[in-house]
Design a protein around this ligand. Sequence first.
Ligand SMILES: Cc1cc2nc3c(=O)[nH]c(=O)nc-3n(C[C@H](O)[C@H](O)[C@H](O)COP(=O)(O)O)c2cc1C
Length: 185
Amino acid sequence: MTHYRAVAFSGSLRTGSLNTALILMAQRIAPERLTIEVLDYVDQLPWMNPDTEYDPPALVQRLWDDVRGSDALVIGLPEYNWGTSALAKNALDWLSRPADDRHVAGTTIAFLSAASASGGQRAQDGISTVLGLMGATVIDEPHVRLSFAGDRLQADGTTTDPEIEAAVLAKLDAIVAHLDSRPTA
Ligand SMILES: Cc1cc2nc3c(=O)[nH]c(=O)nc-3n(C[C@H](O)[C@H](O)[C@H](O)COP(=O)(O)O)c2cc1C
């Protein structure tokens, strides 16, 4: 059986972030065939600037290499004002470039979200549509869209609610199933 490797990051800088907690949970409970490496530098990326997309800053090149060098990308995606947080959007904007060699193309992406009422649905749906148009595969279902989960999810990625772990594991299993289903080169 093939072993897969995913990279992951959180779109929140907040101490006690629930979306960072979901990434830490995913890393902890990942199925045996999936290793998740958390990228700890995404908040250091410069703002997207198309002037440099053909000669990118070193950290952008590192992000591109990390994503191209892995089988999947998992993002803890907050919802801010019906969209993604600027941190996540900035990283995804870099990954969408350059237009003639988009680094998201061919990538398998999964979002884990914790938010208020929406659970992150609007943030996930908006960005998923455009990522799909750019050639990424977004593992949409099963959804991980937690509403008001602050009392059930700890900052270190542990939870008192087994349904949260079950939902995250189902998403990770869906990533593996998708990767298994890809035609071999
Ligand atoms: C600027 C801002 C905008 C927000 N907008 C939304 C929103 O549109 N929909 C929603 O469900 N929650 C919204 N929230 C609530 C966040 O999704 C919630 O606080 C979440 O826990 C933030 O993610 P974090 O815990 O990873 O930091 C917003 C929070 C902030 C700070």
